[in-house]
Design a protein. Sequence first.
Length: 246
Amino acid sequence: MLQALTFCAMVYSIASYDPTNLFTSFSSYLPSLSITPSVIYHSSESNIPFSEKSPSLEDSENNLEQKVKQYINSYPEQIDERGIQKKLVIHKQQHILDVYLNDKKIKTYQSISLGDYIGNKEKEGDDKTPEGIFYIVQKKHTSKFYKALLLNYPLIDKAKDGLEKGIISPDEFTAIKYAQDHCQPPPQTTKLGGYIEIHGDRDNRTEENWTWGCAALKNAEMDELFQFAESGCVAGVGRTIVEIHP
């Protein structure tokens, strides 16, 4: 069962850039860059040819790849100063997912599907979409729901609360904390719930909120987002942050 979500961000230190080939990870967008080695956050999971995406989206002016290129062209000084952070922001009641580079919103996906979007997730089986700041801890190229981005739910604060309420055991709390401290997927089968993802397979669904706590997009949209996102973290800083708001 799919029941969990998470957030993260990545920071690149970029000395120069070439905005001609920018999508999967910024180190692969800009192969000629001079980048500080200690802060190159690269995920091999991202190196899939972008030809996988829908032709209709590929030709669209609203294509996410084009939005990334436009941002790189428009804000070179900001990139030199700050590097680049990727962030996804979900607004549950509005059923939208916004895509950010640094503080600039570059695209919005409308009418996404969720689980129970009223209130925060408390435990396994409540089907609620969790709220908080997560990161993408794993990319799944194949999934029951087309493709999926696994979030690092449950977070340590949720685990502490679960331990105090007797929902999880001390050993389960220790395992969750270890995973979060070491940038690994936390245990997904505790009574706090798990497998919170951003995934596809919304295309043929008539219900608005049919997931078990995940966020679902159309498959062509998921192709775009899957190529944009990077998994994992460095020193506790996620490569792609995911914020989920009420």
